[in-house]
Design a protein around this ligand. Structure first.
Ligand SMILES: NC(=O)c1ccc[n+]([C@@H]2O[C@H](COP(=O)([O-])OP(=O)(O)OC[C@H]3O[C@@H](n4cnc5c(N)ncnc54)[C@H](OP(=O)(O)O)[C@@H]3O)[C@@H](O)[C@H]2O)c1
Length: 283
């Protein structure tokens, strides 16, 4: 199944519209199998962070296995890691962000990390610290100059701060929450798109609590329109979204999400409004 690809903003890279959010993957007994399933399905963007316990380590294990003779038995064309990895630092300082890049490189076993992001810049104070003199952004700029990272992004949970980050001109990508449960980011996605800032969508299917309720309803046959498949279609209906990164702990989730995104069925405006209404009524 071929996954559609989209431009990741100023990085100029083409990424599969479906990525993998690997925040919780390493906590699952099927985590390694889930990561392998993602790569075998052709997913070429994996999101991780220094802060996600064991996540970089899980990816690093596969990076190393792929270099062994036989390529870890993985059915992918190259013996080098076949996906772009995006990681993040929580540090707001020049030294701290550089140290985190060094640690990420060593844990991931990569010579260069495609995308390194400032993690959760969601308050004006965090913005000032990380973007000011001797701030974390400067550290990432040094790391980019040294070719330890290829591009620089940022994630935010605050709409006003996120707008400032997009307009700053400093970032190749921005990670935003966006879903039928949280449609408020749509104007920012359009703004970022217009400025060629790649948009990575976190929590695209509403997070683990909501998806667990949805799975119960699906099993009982009364999910209605509120399904993970429709939620992914909703996110990807925005042309400004480069990649959605649903979290997954099982290979079956990968298979289902890949099937949805490969079908590439556009979602009409009226379907989007109906999904937002259903999402608002979930609880
Ligand atoms: N930068 C930040 O501050 C930040 C914050 C939050 C998240 N993130 C990133 O965004 C990613 C996604 O966020 P998230 O995991 O919080 O929310 P999410 O992707 O909206 O939801 C993840 C949940 O959806 C379930 N799921 C996925 N596909 C499914 C399917 N086809 N059918 C049924 N259930 C399905 C997963 O179940 P299983 O786990 O059981 O497979 C998991 O519990 C994270 O992994 C992380 O990389 C970043």
């Amino acid at each position: 199944m071929d996954l559609p690809r989209r431009r990741l903003g100023r990085t100029g890279l083409m990424v599969t519209a479906l990525g993998l959010g690997a925040m919780d993957t390493s906590q699952s007994p099927e985590g390694a199998a889930t990561l392998r399933a993602a790569l075998e399905a052709g997913i070429n963007f994996i999101d991780t962070a220094r802060e996600y316990a064991g996540s970089e380590f899980l990816i690093g294990q596969l990076v190393r296995e792929l270099r062994e003779p036989g390529g870890a038995g993985l059915d992918v064309p190259a013996h080098d890691f076949p996906a772009h990895v995006g990681s993040k630092t929580f540090s707001h300082t020049l030294d701290g962000s550089q140290r985190d890049v060094d640690r990420s490189l060593s844990v991931l076993g990569l010579e260069q990390i495609t995308l390194y992001q400032l993690h959760d810049i969601s308050t004006p104070a965090a913005y000032e610290e990380a973007m000011g003199a001797n701030g974390a952004l400067e550290g990432l700029q040094v790391a980019r100059y040294r070719e330890l990272i290829r591009s620089i992004g940022v994630s935010s949970h605050n709409l006003e701060v996120a707008e400032q980050l997009i307009r700053s001109g400093e970032f190749d990508t921005i990670m935003l929450e966006y879903s039928a449960f949280y449609p408020d980011s749509r104007p920012l996605i359009e703004l970022a798109h217009g400025l060629d800032v790649g948009v990575i969508v976190m929590r695209p299917v509403g997070g683990s609590g909501r998806t667990s309720v949805m799975r119960g309803r699906l099993a009982a046959g009364d999910a209605g329109v509120l399904t993970p498949a429709n939620l992914l279609r909703y996110v990807l209906a925005q042309p400004g979204v480069s990649v959605a990164i649903p979290g997954a702990s099982y290979p079956s989730r990968i298979a289902e999400n890949v099937a949805t995104v490969a079908r590439d069925e556009p979602m009409s405006e009226s379907e989007q409004r109906a999904l937002e209404d259903a999402a608002a009524r979930l609880y």
